[in-house]
Design a protein around this ligand. Sequence first.
Ligand code: SF4
Length: 383
Amino acid sequence: MPSDNQTSHASTPDDMRNRVKYIRRLDQVEQLSAQQRDRLGPVASRYVFRANDYYLGLIDWDDPEDPIRQLIIPREEELLEWGSLDASNEESVTVARGVQHKYTDTVLLLCNEVCGAYCRYCFRKRLFMDENDEVTNDVSEGLRYVADHPEVTNVLLTGGDPLLMSTRRLVEIFEALRAIPHVRIIRLGSKMPAFDPYRVLNDPELQAAFRAYSTPQQRIYLMAHFDHPRELTDLAIRGLDACIRNGVICVNQCPLIKGINDDPYVLSEMYSTLSYIGCTPYYLFQGRPTAGNKPYELPIVEGWKIFQHALMLGSGLARRARYCMSHETGKVEIMSIDDEHMYLRYHQAKFDDDVGRFLICRRDDDAYWLDQLEVVSRVPAHV
Ligand code: SF4
């Protein structure tokens, strides 16, 4: 690790005492009745369950519709027929095991197959299945790929959650990436600040690594994942503050999820709080048609209305999110909708010719995904 002459922002002794306890079985959730556990057992067998005592403690168990509960407790409707396990065909952009290269400047390293808890609506739930081998903790092939591709300026560590890896391992990866001159931004795609704020607060070595490898010229970005304002507890805000004070730039991206944040006032409250604490909204994703996700999905038109309403309620810094579909062909932003048409634009594209391309589609209030829309005009970007 490079020498660290900057001021230390280590944790307090109070933080050091706190550790969350992880559980993987529904029968460990004592707030669920035996009958509920029996009913949900087959769902958890199909799509794995994991949670921890800190996050379960945010649930109001008197409210069966509680959004935090919806986020991690399985629902029977997950077994309804819906979508596919790899809805954005990530396989087609996989260039080596655990390495995805879809957009010219950014490579994804899927370096961990575990998360702090499992979001029920996860679009990568296939990674948590026993038979899956798309993830590798050994990133050496990914690092070689990145080193051989000078156009790659951003590397996203994802999975699963990279902050569940040991600090020693993360430091090795940071060090290896910083040895590749063309990699300027290291992104950490993580929901740990929501699931377990102690992960950063308890770890002065991780904080020191942030200071060492997030430099004025080349930052580490935390792509945080908060879905609901109730996740932004005082502890979570302190966890984010520990990232920011140690040189990490924080932004937030999350999907629009039925039953969790599909309310403009909820979304706007979260966006406003995120803007106050220095973790501005980046993307709001339309849910991918992923197997198991039927109960969590909303049609695009409905989602766009919620998003637009939420944006009208906040200040400029709370309005920075873009509402996008992470489609197989690119990140398609939903820009506007009128009585007849939907106006979309490729914010990022798999094929360079599509970058900035504008799509005019016939309005369809029942469509959930780009593939269901009738495109009436494709306007290339004129540069
Ligand atoms: S944190 Fe991300 S990868 Fe992990 S379960 Fe949630 S949505 Fe999926």
